[in-house]
Design a protein around this ligand. Structure first.
Ligand code: ZN
Length: 510
């Protein structure tokens, strides 16, 4: 089985923001790490394009929904290279191949006896495209997520018999305690299931911008079921002429935000069970990135951190590092440009950048770029033995901040090693040439290992350093002391120039 990771597909009407960048970068780190392990890997992202809000917005602008979707989807597609993201495919739910596969799978759900007609009446949030249960309605009859007033809706729909899956879902959660991570989100999903499941709308009658229900062509599928199925349908047409389902289904990880928990942890496994398909291995639910004041980001509060401004000011690698370093992946956390600047200066520039330039400069100055082929310092090497397995273990659990921290401890260890062993003093004493050889070789190999392991977070920087060390392999199996020969080494330009810190975002953007 290959490793398959997905982001949520992004609602095409939204402007790309930090939350989109966050989910996508996290999934990218997981995909890159698994590629380092030599595993067959598939990484999917894309856009969710059907439903009322797109149809309404298009109408207001005098466009066909398709035209608006084409225009807006492009903004998300363009974002991926800016974020350094290595997705294997970009799905759009308006793709004809997706629609045909949605019809095929949901026809099976119908034929298996899990679909019936009924009248739905309830409080509906058009932005969520979802009816709200009584306990989900915020004060003033508002959507707790969008804070807009709910509308009373009633229509004859096709229903999915979710209530029939209560027992099987409880059993799934029992048998696979890590189906939903972290634990608190698992408990939240499970208690929703245990509170009792009602059948849910599978179709909308008044809408045409969607996938047509094959057994009742006056209806389109409710946008959420159409959207969820992207994770499966993409595998059937991402590579023309190939069906990747056998290799990559079920997905290893769906990375999602906690605002779409219910759909991914309750509706999604149930509809797959109804279609006779295996359910994903893990759903990882990350938290919310908040403003510097710890409140939800909003233009009116002026606390929005724009990912593109971070990229302009500090570079994409700083954004990737910051998001998984400053906020523990899985929890909520405050964000700000000042905090990015602190991480950039204190860690990327002063710790990693400084270590890389000192190490390569000393190899050039003292040994003409040759990396001495000598035994490594045993005490230092011991601190790196097993680190590859530690990092892999964390990434397997989607503990991306913990993995990063384990590596960063070794970046600091290497900087201490430079201070303790003082190569500049050894270099003045010819009788200590062997000691200097050992220190330089150990430093170079340690730097090599942290760069192999950091590669998923900092893909460009680490390749520059590995190239400067004359040891370009990024394979995870090489992240062990003495695994590969190094050299010749050459000097590096500063990886994280300090001046960037003083460039105001407005100037950088102009
Ligand atoms: Zn809402």
């Amino acid at each position: 089985m290959g490793f398959y990771v997905t982001t949520p597909i992004y609602y095409v009407n939204a402007a790309p923001h930090l939350g989109h960048a966050y989910s996508t970068i996290a999934a990218d780190v997981m995909a890159r790490h698994h590629r380092q392990r030599g595993e067959a890997t598939f990484f999917l992202t894309g856009t969710d394009e059907h439903g009322e809000p797109v149809a309404d917005a298009a109408k207001a602008q005098g466009l066909e929904p398709r035209e608006l979707a084409d225009r807006n989807a492009q903004r998300f597609r363009d974002l991926m290279p800016v974020l350094g993201v290595s997705n294997d495919f970009f799905i759009r739910t308006s793709d004809a191949e997706h629609g045909a596969k949605v019809q095929e799978v949901l026809q099976r759900v119908h034929d298996n006896g899990f679909v019936h007609k009924g009248l739905y009446e309830g409080w509906y949030c058009p932005r969520c495209a979802d009816f709200k249960a009584e306990n989900e309605i915020a004060e003033g009859n508002r959507c707790p997520i969008h804070e807009i007033e709910l509308v009373r809706e009633s229509e004859e729909n096709w229903f999915f018999a979710l209530s029939q899956f209560q027992e099987r879902l409880e059993q799934l959660y029992e048998e696979r305690p890590d189906f939903v991570q972290p634990r608190e989100r698992r408990n939240e999903a499970l208690s929703f299931i245990k509170s009792g499941l009602n059948d849910v709308s599978l179709s909308r009658a008044k809408l045409t911008w969607g996938v047509t229900v094959p057994w009742d062509t006056d209806h389109v599928f409710y946008v959420w079921f159409d959207a969820l199925l992207n994770y499966y349908t993409a595998l059937t047409y991402a590579r023309p002429g190939e069906d990747l389902v056998d290799e990559f289904w079920p997905a290893t990880y769906h990375v999602i935000g906690k605002d779409i928990l219910k759909f991914h942890t309750v509706f999604w496994p149930a509809i797959l069970m109804a279609a006779g398909l295996p359910v994903p291995e893990h759903v990882f639910v990350h938290g919310f990135l908040l403003g510097a004041d710890g409140r939800k980001m909003s233009k009116s509060l002026g606390n929005v951190l724009d990912p593109l401004e971070v990229v302009d000011r500090y570079g994409v690698e700083a954004l990737r590092f910051y998001l998984l370093r400053d906020v523990t992946f899985g929890g909520d956390g405050a964000t700000s440009m000042e905090a990015v600047g602190r991480r950039y200066t204190a860690e990327l520039a002063d710790e990693l950048g400084n270590l890389a330039s000192r190490t390569t400069a000393m190899l050039v100055r003292y040994r003409d770029g040759e990396v001495p082929a000598t035994a490594l310092d045993g005490a230092l090497a011991a601190d790196f033995t097993g680190l590859d397995a530690t990092v892999a273990g964390h990434v397997d659990q989607a503990e991306l901040s913990q993995a990063l921290d384990a590596i960063w401890q070794r970046v600091r260890r290497l900087n201490r090693y430079v201070e303790e062993s003082a190569p500049w003093t050894l270099a003045k004493d010819d009788s200590r040439a062997d000691d200097l050889d050992r220190v330089l070789a150990s430093l170079a190999d340690g730097l090599r290992i942290v760069c192999v392991l950091l590669h998923p977070w900092l893909p460009e920087t680490t390749v520059k350093v590995l190239d400067a060390l004359g040891a370009p392999s990024t394979a995870l199996q090489d992240a062990r002391p003495g695994a590969v020969a190094l050299g010749p080494a050459h000097k590096l330009e500063p990886l994280f120039p300090k001046e960037r810190d003083s460039v105001p975002p407005a100037a950088a953007a102009s």
